[in-house]
Write a protein that binds this ligand. Structure first.
Ligand code: AVJ
Length: 297
């Protein structure tokens, strides 16, 4: 993280946003009126759950990347009565444990195998029953956090770790700038708190001295890259200290904290292809805000 703060354009990987506090704040974001992706994706999943039931993995193992919204997970788990294994993979260990516990209680006959891992790294050998067909569930447009080449590499890593799998992946689409900016800079300030939690983490975990009132949350639509960028903007010239190391900021200089790419059908189909997956099916809401793809390795 420090290397990114010493670079000429200050940036950190968005995975630092997702500690326990960050994961809870993100869950609060998914309930906001302004944040359309969660409810839109949930609606698409509901509309198409009959198709998902036909996938062989629905009678085998479901691997969920980023154990995000329990409402989406529950929708699929209750539609898949013959599923035998549920394996959530998440970077936030406590969040993962809570989610696994909730699923165990609600579906006592399901084998729940939580895996605390950073799925942006090669997944290695997953503790899977090899004879089961696998359905990978990758919702929330988390794939949008990655640059195109990294997204393709991530999909390739999943294909390598789980050969022959089918994947249901949610992808947010480009749309009107005002709608996008409002979704990432909500009036209640929850997204701002989510972004600023990064500074709190630096203070807590890396012995930083950052004054949170001197950094403002910013959401910017970068049309050229087709992505929303989150930044923390220094409100004045200042020097912060992290574990004794000094880092200087100009007034208006930012830390780039997250990208949320919005992919068209063409763009996403290309990425999927580069990652070794072909599009079996796709479904969108009526307003074409969001698309859920079914991919085959
Ligand atoms: C969890 C990466 C899908 O990009 O929409 C929401 C994260 N950041 N509001 C997204 C997020 C600010 C979210 N993902």
């Amino acid at each position: 993280m420090l290397a990114g703060l010493n670079a000429p354009r200050k940036a950190v990987s968005s995975k630092w946003l997702y500690d326990d506090v960050g994961s809870h704040l993100f869950e609060a974001i998914t309930e906001l009126d302004a944040y359309y992706p969660t409810r839109t994706e949930l609606g698409i999943l509901k509309e198409n759950v009959r198709n998902y039931r036909r996938l062989p993995g629905s009678r085998g193992a479901m691997v969920e990347l980023g154990s995000g919204s329990s409402r989406k997970t529950n929708l699929l788990l209750s539609a898949f009565p013959d599923l035998s294994v549920y394996m959530p993979i998440d970077i936030s260990e406590n969040h993962l444990k809570d989610a696994a516990e909730r699923v165990r209680r609600a579906y006592p006959s399901l084998a729940v195998i939580p895996v605390a891992a950073d799925f942006t790294q090669p997944l290695g050998e997953l503790p899977l029953l090899p004879e089961l067909p696998v359905l990978v569930f990758f919702p929330g447009s988390t794939i949008g956090n990655f640059e195109k080449s990294a997204a393709a590499e991530l999909l390739r890593n999943i294909r390598t770790a789980i050969p022959g799998a089918t994947m249901i992946v949610g992808v947010d689409r480009p749309k009107n700038r005002e709608v996008l900016v409002e979704a990432y800079d909500d009036p209640a300030g929850i997204t701002a708190a989510f972004n600023q939690n990064l500074l709190q983490r630096i203070n807590r975990e890396l012995d930083g001295d950052i004054d949170l009132t001197l950094f403002a949350h910013k959401a910017v639509w970068n049309e050229e890259e087709s992505r929303i960028e989150m930044h923390l903007e220094s409100l004045r010239e200042q020097t912060i200290s992290i574990g004794g190391e000094k880092i200087a900021f100009e007034k208006g200089e930012t830390i780039h904290t997250e990208n949320s790419h919005k992919y068209s059908e063409e763009a996403f189909t290309e990425i999927a292809g580069q990652g070794g997956w072909r599009v079996l099916d796709q479904a969108s809401d009526k307003e074409d805000k969001f698309t859920v793809y079914t991919l085959q390795a």
